[in-house]
Write a protein that binds this ligand. Structure first.
Ligand code: NAD
Length: 483
C-alpha cells in the first residue's frame, strides 16, 4: 500500500504541517479515490501565520508600488509556467472537465497581471479649502488580510484573489476549501523565493476550525469571503463578535435569465445552456438557474432546450472530450438529488435529465445529467433556493412587469441576463433588475476590469475591477496648516 504524503502549508515562506498533526484526506470526486492529504490547521497555526504575515507586512508595505508589481508579475510567470500541473490538480480534486479548468488557469494569471498593471491607480486626492491649508488623502493597506475561498474555481480564486490585496500592500492568509486545497498548497510552494517570506501564507483545514480562527483573529481587520450565503452571514456575525472588521462577501445566487418574445431564439437557447454552466455541473455562482421565458415562445423554446441538452457529453474530468464531470462531494450530491425530488414534489414538469449515471466509468463518481424542470412555480423552493448543481428551473411570464416581479422575488441578487432585440426593454431591465452584474444578449462572460459582485443576500463589495484594489486600502485624510 502506498503512503500518501501530506502536502504542507506555506507560512512565512516555509513548509508547515498542522501543529497537532491533524490531516484531511482529499478525494477525486469522479473516482472516489483518495488523491492527497492536507493539513487540518487550527487556531494555533492561524496565530503562527498571522505573526508571520504581520512581520512580512512591515517589509512589504515599504516596497514601492513598482517593486510590488514586479513581484506579482514574477509570480504570474511562475504560475503560467506550472499551469498544466496546477490545472491537473484541480481536475483531479474538483471533478470539472479539463477543457473548462484550463481556462481557469489562464484567468488566474491574467488577474494577477491586471492588478500588477493598475497598482499605481490606487491614488489619493487633494481637496481645496482655505488659502493656507492643504488636505490630501493617502491610501493605506489594512495589514494582514484573511481571504477565504470556495471549492468551485480552486486555482483561479487562489491565484487571482490574492492579487488586489497584495497589490495594495497587504499580506495575506489564504484559506481554500477543504474539498479543493491541492492547487492552493502548490501555489504556496511556488511562491517561496518569488514573493518575500510571509507575504502569502496558505492555510488549509475545515471552515469551522481554520476558517473560523482567521475570521476571529483580532489582528485581521479585513476579511474577504467567497462562498455560500449561510456561511457569509455566519462569518459576519463571528467577525463582529470580536472587533470591527471590514468584511466583503461574494455569495450565492439564483440568477434570472429572461427571454423576451423578440429574442433571437437559437441564440437564446444556446445561452440558456451556457449560462447555467452545466459544464461546471451547475457549480458556478453566476449561473442563470432561473429561466423566465415569454409565454409566446415558451413551448418551442423548451423543445429546443431539451434537444440541446441531449448533446452534452458526461465523462471523466481528465478526458478531453468530457463536457460534464462529477459533483464535488457526497454532501453536495445528496443536496442536488434532494432538489430533484423536491422539484417533482412541488409539481414541476421534468423536461430533461433528473437522472444519475451509474454504469462503467461513472460508477464511482457523482454524475448528474443536466436537469430542467418546466412550469416551475416562481414561489416554490426550486425557484427560490440556490442548488449549486445542474438543475435549471424554467417558468413562463406574460409581460415586462411580470418578468421583473418574478426576477426580483428572491433573496439573492448576483447576476441577471436579458435576451431581447429592443433597446428600451434591454436598458429598462438593466435598470430595474436587482442584481450586481447584468448581461444583455449574453451570459456568463466576465471581462477584466469590470466589477463583479452581488446585491441583497448575494453579498457586499465588488471584485475583479479597480474597486477591488481600493477595497484593500483605507483612505486617510491629512490636514496641513502651513500659514
Ligand atoms: P462554503 O460557504 O461552504 O465554503 C466556502 C469557504 O468557507 C470554504 O473555504 C470553507 O472551508 C469556509 N468556511 C466554511 N465555514 C466557515 C466558517 N464558519 N468560518 C470561516 N470559514 C468557513 O461554500 P462552498 O460550498 O465552498 O462554495 C459554494 C458557494 O460559493 C455557493 O453558494 C456559490 O454561489 C458561492 N460562490 C460565490 C461566488 C461569488 O463570486 N459571488 C463565487 C463562487 C462561489
Amino acid at each position: 500500500m502506498t503512503t500518501i504524503e501530506t502536502t504542507p502549508m506555506t507560512i512565512g515562506g516555509r513548509a508547515y504541517l498542522a501543529a497537532d498533526g491533524a490531516t484531511i484526506d482529499t478525494i477525486n470526486p469522479a473516482t472516489s479515490e483518495v488523491i492527497g492529504r492536507l493539513p487540518a490547521a487550527s487556531k494555533v497555526d492561524v496565530d503562527h501565520a498571522v505573526e508571520a504575515a504581520s512581520r512580512a507586512f512591515e517589509t512589504w508595505r515599504r516596497y514601492t508600488p513598482q517593486a510590488r508589481a514586479a513581484a506579482l508579475n514574477a509570480y504570474a510567470d511562475v504560475i503560467a509556467a506550472h499551469a498544466d500541473e496546477l490545472v491537473d490538480l484541480d481536475v483531479a480534486e474538483n471533478g470539472t472537465p479539463i477543457r473548462e479548468m484550463r481556462r481557469d488557469g489562464q484567468k488566474a494569471v491574467n488577474q494577477l497581471r491586471y492588478y500588477a498593471n493598475i497598482i499605481l491607480e490606487a491614488r489619493g486626492q487633494t481637496i481645496s479649502g482655505e488659502f493656507d491649508r492643504l488636505n490630501y488623502t493617502i491610501q493605506q493597506p489594512y495589514g494582514v488580510v484573511g481571504r477565504i475561498i470556495p471549492f468551485n474555481h480552486p486555482l483561479m480564486f487562489a491565484a487571482s484573489k490574492i492579487a488586489a490585496p497584495l497589490a495594495a500592500g497587504n499580506t495575506i492568509l489564504l484559506k481554500p476549501s477543504e474539498n479543493t486545497s491541492l492547487s492552493a498548497l502548490r501555489l504556496g510552494e511556488l511562491s517561496r523565493g518569488v514573493l518575500p517570506d510571509g507575504v502569502l501564507n496558505v492555510i488549509t483545514g475545515y471552515g469551522a476550525d481554520a476558517g473560523d480562527a482567521i475570521v476571529r483573529h483580532p489582528a485581521i481587520r479585513r476579511l474577504a469571503f467567497i462562498g455560500s450565503a449561510a456561511t457569509g452571514r455566519a462569518i459576519q456575525a463571528a467577525a463582529a463578535s470580536v472587533n470591527v472588521k471590514n468584511v466583503s462577501l461574494e455569495l450565492g445566487g439564483k440568477n434570472p435569465l429572461v427571454i423576451f418574445p423578440d429574442a433571437d431564439l437559437d441564440n437564446a437557447v444556446r445561452a440558456s445552456i451556457r449560462g447555467m454552466n452545466f459544464t461546471w455541473q451547475g457549480q458556478s455562482c453566476g449561473s442563470t438557474s432561473r429561466l423566465l421565458i415569454h409565454r409566446d415562445l415558451y413551448a418551442p423554446f423548451l423543445d429546443r432546450l431539451a434537444a440541446g441538452l441531449e448533446g452534452l457529453t458526461s465523462g471523466l474530468p481528465a478526458l478531453e472530450e468530457s463536457q460534464i464531470g462529477s459533483i464535488i462531494s457526497p454532501e453536495q450530491f445528496e443536496k442536488v438529488k434532494g432538489y430533484i425530488a423536491l422539484g417533482k414534489d412541488e409539481g414541476g414538469r421534468l423536461l430533461s435529465g433528473g437522472n444519475v449515471l451509474t454504469d462503467g466509468d461513472f460508477a464511482a463518481g457523482m454524475f448528474v445529467r443536466p436537469t430542467v424542470f418546466a412550469d416551475v412555480n416562481p414561489g416554490s423552493r426550486l425557484a427560490r433556493e440556490e442548488i449549486f448543481g445542474p438543475v435549471l428551473a424554467a417558468m413562463p411570464f406574460d409581460s415586462y412587469d411580470d418578468a421583473i416581479t418574478i426576477a426580483n422575488s428572491v433573496g439573492y441578487g448576483l447576476t441577471a441576463s436579458v435576451f431581447t432585440q429592443d433597446l428600451g426593454t434591454a436598458h429598462s431591465f438593466a435598470r430595474d433588475v436587482e442584481a450586481g452584474y447584468v448581461w444583455v444578449n449574453e451570459v456568463s462572460r466576465h471581462v477584466e476590469g469590470t466589477a463583479f459582485g452581488g446585491v441583497k443576500d448575494s453579498g457586499i463589495g465588488r471584485d475583479e475591477g479597480i474597486e477591488e484594489l481600493y477595497s484593500y486600502s483605507q483612505s486617510k485624510n491629512v490636514h496641513v496648516n502651513f500659514s
